[in-house]
Write a protein of this length. Structure first.
Ligand code: PLP
Length: 390
């Protein structure tokens, strides 16, 4: 028999780190280890009651058991458009400039397939959310990995790319507030970036799931607040972090209508829309985001401060991020991140993500998520210290 094998494209995709760690974590739990998991960005807080009530009611309506298709729920699109106006003073057409997604991840991966031809250059920041690299790889793009460096504020400076690469760039991913570094982008930087995208015909895929998870008075913008952004940008939003609804799989894309039409066409061959009952729940929470996001933000702030303080007391300094749910910790010189993370897991039952899971530029760092309460985070810091100082 001729052996069957995966495609070259699948072989080019690196293993998905979060999935690997989840597998090992389960083995340790089965063996009786008290695991603290700070790996995935998956908070332990419950979803809002408003969402649970809305989905329960929606389940009773048989119309919601039908296919949603790409048009989805009119109510959700309008609720998204209203949010964009209320929150960012951005007016969007709910039919042409809004597209519900089955979690922002699927949209981020599919946009590359929607917009790139084989060999087009796609800018992928590193470290970065793996769906950017995954989508661009599946699209057969020529990937321009741009390392995010502390000395540049973890910003991607498109104008620093070689001219020949910039000319062939059709899509660039950016994510601020940034996972994993915690960096944020100034309006000046965003204006500069939009200008470059205009000049070179680049679509900017602006990944913004942490826009509501901000601290210390910092307010994160939408890319669509920037003049001219609508001509070149698509912004990705998520219900996962703001409302602690990671498993519900709901997000949306908003912005350039040509790009959204292309993305919608790809999706029409891949999925048949998010479950309508969940779209109803999404509309219900988004209509009350100002009130519902606040307790989650307050909880994350308390966790951030607990973890930063506890790590400092075991000798691990860190920046205090203005947004997001992560600490991006620089390891002592020469310490390999995957070895360190695996020692933490095996010796102390503490799961973190090695920086190398985000690509070579993440080497020398580990990422810790604020996804458990302050007491567990303090315990995590003690375990971290034991490995750091061994
Ligand atoms: N983008 C970034 C930067 C993320 O950190 C995540 C989740 O961790 C996502 C996108 C995906 O979110 P969703 O649950 O909406 O697919």
């Amino acid at each position: 028999m001729t052996p069957i094998k995966p495609s070259d494209c699948v072989n080019r995709l690196p293993a998905y780190a979060v999935a690997e760690i989840a597998r090992r974590k389960q083995e340790l739990i089965r063996a009786g280890v008290d695991v603290i998991d700070l790996g995935a960005g998956d908070p332990d807080l419950p979803p809002p009651d408003v969402a649970v009530e809305a989905v329960t009611k929606a389940l009773r309506n048989p119309a919601n058991s039908r296919y949603a298709f790409q048009t989805g729920s009119r109510r959700l699109r309008e609720s998204i458009a209203n949010y964009m106006t209320r929150r960012f003073d951005v007016t969007v057409d709910p039919t042409q400039e809004v597209l519900p997604l089955i979690g922002s991840k699927e949209g981020l991966a599919h946009i590359a397939i929607a917009l790139l031809n084989r060999g087009d250059v796609c800018v992928v920041p590193e470290p970065g959310y793996p769906a950017y690299l995954g989508g661009a790889t599946m699209a057969g793009a020529d990937i321009e990995v741009v390392p995010l460096r502390a000395e540049d504020g973890f910003l991607v400076e498109l104008e620093k790319l070689p001219q020949t690469r910039l000319e062939r760039t059709r899509l660039a991913f950016l994510n601020y507030p940034n996972n994993p570094t915690g960096a944020v982008a100034s309006i000046d930087y965003l204006q500069r970036t939009i200008e470059i995208c205009h000049r070179h015909g680049i679509v900017l895929a602006y990944d913004n799931p942490y826009v509501e998870m901000t601290f210390d008075g910092y307010r994160a913008p939408s890319i669509l607040e920037i003049d001219g952004a609508r001509d070149v940008a698509v912004e990705f939003h998520s219900f996962s972090k703001t409302f602690c609804m990671t498993g519900w799989r709901l997000g949306w894309a908003v912005g350039n209508s040509m790009a959204l039409k292309a993305l919608s066409k790809v999706k029409s061959y891949v999925d048949t829309g998010a479950f309508l009952a969940i779209q109803e729940a999404g509309a219900s929470v988004l209509d009350r985001v100002e009130e519902l996001a606040e307790p989650n933000r307050a909880a994350m702030l308390e966790r951030r401060d607990a973890l930063v303080g506890a790590l400092l007391s075991v000798g691990q300094a860190s920046d205090t991020p203005k947004a997001g749910m992560y600490l991006w910790l620089s390891l002592p010189h020469g310490v390999e991140s995957s070895r360190f993370a695996s020692e933490l897991l095996e010796a102390e039952g503490l799961a973190v993500l090695p920086g190398s899971a985000f690509g070579a530029a993440g080497e020398g760092f580990v990422r810790l998520s604020f996804i458990v309460g302050p007491a567990r985070l303090r315990e995590a810091a003690v375990r971290f210290g034991r490995v750091l100082n061994a």
